[in-house]
Design a protein around this ligand. Structure first.
Ligand code: SF4
Length: 204
């Protein structure tokens, strides 16, 4: 599809050590929160998505707790309620993160985003007629372009803007539905729904 024709979507091992800082944080969290997932959070949804949603990284008490992207916190509720409102369900949608391990203060470093890039690249080279990639925030946007081998400078992150990708898919930008954005009004429900409605049109 977009790149290559792999039929395998690879995931990192539970003790992936490519990011020493995140591996150390994971070890701390296994002690502090023994009931949590505390491992790289695998993507979820169909293995042949027409829409790939790319977030930033698991939140400590959200996806790092539940082990499912965008499940267990307010960002997840926003996303999943929004997808349900436009009837984009698991049959067509897959959800992943640019960085699969929870970073301290929700802030991965550039090196950590780069280290996790092969796993995002594998998602983007799936067996699919993928039509849209929804990037939630600038880090997800830049990581997606980098995973596709495309420079981001000609395609800067801009909420609501669409970028054509090789192979005919479209990258759609949206502010991340984090409480910092939704509580401040930077991302309103109407803004979010407008982006999701457009994604729904693209996906068909
Ligand atoms: S963020 Fe990705 S590359 Fe880094 S340790 Fe976790 S799974 Fe491995």
């Amino acid at each position: 599809m977009m790149r290559g024709s792999s039929t395998t979507i690879s995931e990192p091992p539970a003790d992936c050590a490519r990011c020493p800082r995140l591996a150390a944080f994971r070890a701390q969290n296994r002690v502090a929160f023994p009931g949590f997932h505390n491992a790289p959070v695998p993507s979820c949804g169909t293995g042949a998505p027409r829409l790939l949603v790319v977030g930033l990284a698991p939140a400590l008490k959200g996806a790092n707790r539940t082990g499912v992207p965008f499940v267990g916190d307010r960002s997840g509720l926003w996303l999943r309620d929004g997808l349900a409102r436009v009837a984009l369900g698991d049959a067509v949608c897959r959800i992943t993160n640019a960085v699969r391990c929870v970073p301290p203060a929700n802030r991965p470093t550039a090196a950590e985003v780069a280290a996790c890039r092969p796993f995002l690249a594998a998602e983007l080279s799936g067996p699919v007629p993928m039509r849209a990639v929804l990037a939630l925030g600038r880090v997800a946007h830049d990581a997606t372009l980098a995973a596709l081998g495309l420079p981001h400078r000609p395609r800067p992150f801009t909420h609501g803007v669409e970028h054509a990708l090789p192979g005919g898919a479209v990258l759609v930008d949206c502010y991340h539905p984090s409480p910092q954005n939704t509580h401040t009004g930077r991302l309103t429900r109407d803004m979010f729904d407008a982006v999701l409605e457009r994604v729904r049109e693209i996906v068909g």
